[in-house]
Design a protein around this ligand. Structure first.
Ligand SMILES: [Mg+2]
Length: 331
């Protein structure tokens, strides 16, 4: 069962990422371009500012970095600052980070400082964007039923590129929710409550920075998700009130919102995240990693798994082997 949930978390991460990849930044643009819901993997459209030319079912930086972290934790026998640094630099070099449009602002700043030889306990001091939560799922997957352990390892993992209280708070919301999602017979409410607790505890770490409460933003997103109006109306509310920019409280709040709207179903979570637009692949990656850990691999359509497996970038990470390695470290 635990193995199924760990595998579900990793495949969920990829599902939400690749499903959201073709979405436009603006919700109405996405709705218009696809004539309604994005209900299958689609290629990056030619006029997309970042994802043009990508084939249907292709993951992006979110999942590549998460899988790089998982690979590095397995190689190092657990989470450490050295393992986190190695994973992020390895990913950056693999994608040609200096020239790549896929490197976010905090990660670029952090990696460039690391490459100059700066101290990794300070290179993340300016990192406040959503790279922290987007790649943190493996840390949650290493701590079944142990959100406090997940939070400690999240603080370490965020340090080299995202060492601010707002970024760490968002990442801890996700890792704590995933840690609890791995337990048997857990309710979605309990998973979400763990996320809010993680956000609260996480905010005590890192350099004090400006930004609103992730916990409060999750609460607002939950109210919208459970509130009046049809699905599209509630997505519009999430888009305009919670937000889907690179800001951590926005991204993480929105991810919990679509997770709840979809009642934890991985594919429906991906559909909502994609049509939510904005940084849709990141919201989707986070929300579906939580959904996959909660619902397990058997809740993901085998056809979707086959489509992900067929992509060369995804296949290059050997995700089933990563799940085995995380499982061995977790138990
Ligand atoms: Mg991305």
């Amino acid at each position: 069962m635990l193995k199924n949930k760990i595998l579900g978390g990793l495949y969920g991460q990829a599902l939400g990422d690749a499903w959201g990849m073709p979405a436009y930044f603006d919700l109405d643009d996405t709705w218009q371009a696809y004539g309604g819901w994005i209900d299958e993997f689609k290629p990056g459209p030619p006029d997309h500012p970042v994802h043009f030319g990508l084939p249907a079912g292709r993951i992006t930086d979110d999942s590549e970095q998460a899988f790089s972290l998982a690979r590095s934790f397995i190689a190092h026998g657990g989470v450490s600052l050295a393992a986190a640094v190695e994973a992020i630099i390895a990913w950056y070099d693999r994608v040609g980070g200096d020239e790549s449009p896929y490197v976010g602002p905090s990660t670029r700043r952090g990696v460039q400082a690391l490459k100059r030889g700066d101290d990794p306990t300070t290179t993340g001091n300016w990192g406040d964007t959503n790279g922290a939560p987007m790649r943190i799922s493996p840390v949650g997957l290493l701590h079944p039923g142990d959100p406090v352990g997940a939070i400690q390892d999240t603080v370490t993992t965020c340090m080299p590129t995202h060492n601010t209280n707002v970024a760490i708070s968002g990442a801890c919301a996700v890792s704590a929710a995933i840690a609890i999602a791995l337990t048997d017979h857990v309710s979605l409410d309990t998973v979400i409550t763990a996320g809010m607790l993680g956000a609260d505890l996480g905010r005590q770490y890192g350099r004090k920075w400006l930004g609103p409460s992730v916990t409060r933003r999750i609460k607002m997103a939950i109210e919208i998700a459970q509130g009046p109006g049809n699905e599209l109306f509630r997505l519009r509310e999430l888009y305009h009130v919670i937000g889907t920019s690179l800001s951590v409280p926005e991204t993480v709040g929105a991810a919990f919102g679509v997770l709840l709207m979809a009642e934890g179903d991985p594919k429906q979570t991906a559909i909502y995240a994609a049509n939510l637009s904005g940084d849709a692949d990141t919201v989707g990656a986070i929300a579906c990693a939580m959904a996959g850990a909660y619902a397990g691999i058997n809740a993901i359509d085998p056809e979707i798994i086959a489509q992900l497996d067929a992509d060369e970038v995804f296949a290059g990470y050997d995700v089933p082997a990563l799940a085995d390695g995380l499982y061995d470290l977790a138990v």
